[in-house]
Design a protein. Structure first.
Length: 576
């Protein structure tokens, strides 16, 4: 049992407890523990064997005992008991975007709905609109969410972070084999798309059949779909379809490039090759006049032979990268070393797991010059949002903490709710006292396109606002983006000199690459933030950087590549 499955079990438990009407304290304990577990670098199984589960910060003693129980029995008693008390289809209903435990309970108690099919039928029969807090729009939204969820399942795509972990587990396993010289990830996972279909692997081996046997013989393989002499396909836990191709050393580059894709990028390369008198496929380039095949052991050589600079996998989507390379105008993509701080971090003043001091020291270890503590405003009650009085105390606590550190500047901030009417959760007088103001939509997500767009634009027009957090509100497997006119929002950000966030949470990745590229093209500055709720989340910046690179972002396009001195100047923050 790995970290992801333990976290999922805790999240399921929290959902079931909320469905039953248990206290917020209980449900939050499970969700906070799940968040902490997902952010751990080490596997809990290793910590369990070492007897150091007790050393994990941010998880209470009772929940730690349940982790141990899971390793010993595969589950824990309270979970199984709660499962028995709730109809089997309720969890699936709660996973429909826009439906939480309380709404699922309403449908269950008032309509007897226990499955997604029954929920769909109730919506089609217009029984949902008659319930409290429901209506025709809510009914239509539920039908759309069910249809979209079914479509996503049919497409079989997984969030990048899950696919990455599975691929790492498999490649680590294969690298232990003496029959495999090298193994690499290809496909959409290598291009770092936000969601991934199949996992594609390319390996070099002089003993292909033995390499294939090693792959199909892995302990966790659930089903062998294909097992040939140079190719195999399996199903791995979590319904991951994994393909492995064995290649020779001299054609490794050709194969890796071809199976990395994208399809559209490869078509463009083939057209370019034809214009030079060559045909291009996964085996290399063939001279059309002589029939001679040139193989490539490296991708770099292949691109050079086409007259191109090396193209980073994140760019290979046929969005102008070939033309840019031919003109010598490829972007100098942002890298991890360019990031100098984080503007969206939560402490235990609201719903974070760590103290401000712990977060500051973690940021220092990562070489940051600054970190903004942006705890929630009071409308976000479930996140222990700060009242006006507590916000002032929050500012004072940060001022005192800054006296302790010379290595880093802690910025006083807020993640302030944008209310349904576009007004902000705090007065302008309060916002003016902060170093940085991040705004976000957390409630009223079902507003129509016109209202939602107007609501966000209104917030961006406020003189004290600096950054719009997770601008489309999407969460993988939980809810789709809310309905808004992105072009209008981007233009409002430009007109008001506001920054749009690329939220690095692997369950958000919001803005996505398409919208971030549009923002860049409009001259809008982006910020790559982590929305940290526990120290390990600071390292999720990796996922935001992936989106930024796919969006062609360079360091100058991103706010948090600026030095502290530049930030203070831009945001009009006193230097001392």
């Amino acid at each position: 049992m790995d970290n992801i499955r333990i976290a999922e079990k805790f999240n399921h438990m929290a959902q079931m407890l909320e469905f039953k009407g248990e206290s917020q304290f209980k449900t939050r304990a499970y969700t906070n523990a799940a968040r902490t577990i997902k952010g751990l670098d080490e596997e809990l199984q290793v910590l369990h064997k070492e007897g150091s589960i007790e050393d994990i910060p941010g998880i209470g003693k009772i929940l730690k005992s349940k982790i141990v129980e899971m390793f010993e029995t595969g589950t824990f008693e309270a979970y199984e008991r709660t499962m028995d008390e709730i109809p089997a289809g309720i969890i699936e209903i709660m996973n429909v975007p826009g439906i939480g435990p309380k709404t699922a309970r309403l449908f269950y108690e008032k309509l007897g709905v226990q499955t997604v099919d029954e929920l769909s039928r109730a919506a089609r029969e217009h029984r949902i609109r008659r319930l409290p807090r429901m209506g025709e729009k809510q009914e239509d939204k539920i039908l759309r969410s069910i249809a979209r969820q079914k479509e996503d399942k049919d497409h079989g795509r997984h969030p990048y972070v899950l696919a990455k972990d599975i691929a790492r587990e498999i490649t680590d396993n294969l690298k232990q084999s003496s029959d495999i010289e090298k193994v690499a990830v290809a496909g959409s996972l290598r291009r770092k798309q936000d969601t991934v279909g199949d996992i594609d692997l390319i390996a070099i081996s002089e003993e292909p059949e033995k390499a294939i046997s090693c792959f199909t013989g892995m302990e966790k393989v659930e089903e062998i779909l294909e097992s040939g002499t140079t190719k195999a396909a399996i199903i791995y836990p979590g319904n991951f379809h994994v393909d492995l191709r064995i290649v020779s050393r001299d054609s490794y580059g050709s194969m890796l490039q071809h199976f990395t894709g994208s399809k559209e990028h490869n078509i463009h390369l083939r057209k370019l090759a034809l214009s030079k008198g060559y045909s291009l496929n996964e085996y290399g380039m063939t001279d059309e006049s002589t029939g001679k095949l040139t193989k490539f052991s490296s991708e770099d050589d292949l691109y050079k032979n086409l007259g191109l600079e090396y193209l980073s996998p994140e760019l290979r989507e046929d969005r102008g990268e070939v033309e840019a390379s031919l003109r010598g105008k490829l972007p100098k993509l942002i890298e991890r070393k360019d990031i100098k701080g984080d503007f969206h971090v939560h402490s235990n003043w609201s719903d974070g797991a760590n103290t401000m001091e712990e977060l500051a020291e973690a940021a220092i270890l990562r070489g940051y010059e600054y970190i903004a503590i942006t705890d929630h405003s009071h409308s976000t009650g479930v996140a222990n949002g700060l009242s006006d009085k507590r916000l002032l105390e929050h500012i004072d606590a940060i001022d005192k903490l800054n006296e302790k550190y010379d290595e880093i500047r802690i910025l006083s901030g807020t993640e302030c709710d944008i209310k349904a009417d576009g007004k902000l959760d705090y007065s302008n007088d309060l916002l003016e006292q902060l170093d940085i103001v991040v705004v976000a939509v957390h409630a009223g997500l079902d507003q129509d396109r016109k209202k939602m767009t107007k609501r966000i634009v209104s917030a961006l027009e406020n003189e004290h606002v600096d950054i719009m957090a997770h601008p489309t509100g999407r969460k993988f497997g939980k809810r789709p983006p809310y309905d808004m006119d992105m072009e209008t929002v981007i233009q409002a950000a430009k007109d008001n000199e506001k920054v749009l966030e690329i939220n690095s949470s692997p369950w958000r990745l919001d803005l996505n690459d398409i919208n971030a590229k549009r923002a860049k093209e409009h001259g809008v500055m982006l910020a790559i933030n982590t929305d940290t709720h526990t120290i390990d989340h600071l390292d999720n910046v990796e996922f935001g950087i992936n989106m930024a690179r796919r969006a062609w972002l360079e360091p100058d396009d991103v706010l948090n590549t600026m030095s502290l001195k530049q930030i203070c100047s831009r945001l009009d923050i006193p230097k001392e």
